[in-house]
Design a protein around this ligand. Sequence first.
Ligand code: PEP
Ligand code: MG
Length: 471
Amino acid sequence: MEHLVHQFEQFDDPYLRERKFDVVQVVERVIKELLGHPGRASVKAAKHTKEDSLIVVAHDLSPADTIGFKEHRFASFITDVGGATSHTAILARSMAIPAVLGLANARALIRDGEQLIVDGLRGVVIVNPDPRVLEEYRLRAEQLALEKTKLQRLKTAKAETIDGVDIQLHANIELPGDVPDALAGGAEGIGLFRTEFLFLNRGDMPDEQEQYEAYKKVVKGMGGRPVTIRTFDLGNDKDLRPETNNSDRVQTNPALGRRAIRLSLAEPKMFQTQLRAILRASKHGPIKLLIPMLAHAHEIDQTLAALAQAKSSLRGEKIAFDEHIPVGGMIEIPAAALAVGLFLRRLDFLSIGTNDLIQYTLAIDRSDEQVANLYDPLHPAVLMLIAHTLASAEKANIPVSVCGEMAGDPDLTRLFLGMGLRIFSMHPSQILKVKNRILKADTSDLAPNVRKLLRLDEPGKLRDALEKLNA
Ligand code: PEP
Ligand code: MG
């Protein structure tokens, strides 16, 4: 590895130079295989250190590595590469642990055993803090814990604004094991189950029975509350192991490649297996089917045809399922937001995926720390696309939610309420914080102010208006 990395470092072209990390990842993967931990980062606690005070410092963590952390109790992790809405960061939020990604040189500068403070709120890492700084952070941590305890009082409160508007708060999950967190956070349902995480660390595709069991577990665990199951969003940064990926070439631009529904439609057998498993689980409780990364009308039509085929095969085998399972689409490509009529005419509900919507609107790779400063949820173009989608769905009387990371940011709750959003889906750890904002909001006040805010396209003015809205 060192020999090859050295050769890559001699290249003038920065793109080619960066490819050295591909070599590093391959070698790390080989080492993991040899250690008997295929597809998983090997992490050992240092002597005399409790796992829950350990901080993982890595050059890069793939979503497949990070999902393995759910079995552990690490205090935090930091990486050299990655962005704030990469799936690795999303997993940190779902585990409710602080993380800072994209630090560039953390692994080179930090040595084993050093004491670290990771301030995930500000994106700051402090190495070997002096006692005063450490004390200050201990106090801050206590304060945060206290606020969290206070928020627990809201768990059973109805999410309703001052002017009596009902708001639905749902949870985003990655694994059936996340259901207790969703319930503890007071979620009214699952708004996004990212099913691809179930199967990232394995060599084969899960069969229908295994998927059925996993989906059933979530539905039963939610005890009659609705569960929105998203079909696999594989490709891009979440890949099955190469041997199960039928693609025989490396994609140069995976976020724009055969990802999500594009992959599912290209692999009809895999898609049928998943659709049948989801349909079978629908007999145990209310399930909604959510399709990621739709852009074209024909993709929706093909998906609905595939669903009809799965239903017909189950009927033929006399297997029970919900005949009226609602089908929804993610609005996460600008084309989908702009031509939302195509979606509203064909689907039962919509869910706005702001993480990808921002990535594709601004042409910013959400996992690339080098452009992370340009990833701006408040870019006027992003807000226009969200507002247009919400208004169009309302006019068509089609339910619409937001399930990207923006939905879980309490500083955006009032903005969304003023835009007309009534269904939010987020990490369980954020639900009570957002509910707290909802209980103090009055949509009749917010709506006219937000209409004015949305007419602004100067970033500074827009931010000032948002600050005023939140004051
Ligand atoms: C999104 O893109 O906003 C979304 C919710 O999906 P994911 O983060 O899994 O791409
Ligand atoms: Mg997405």
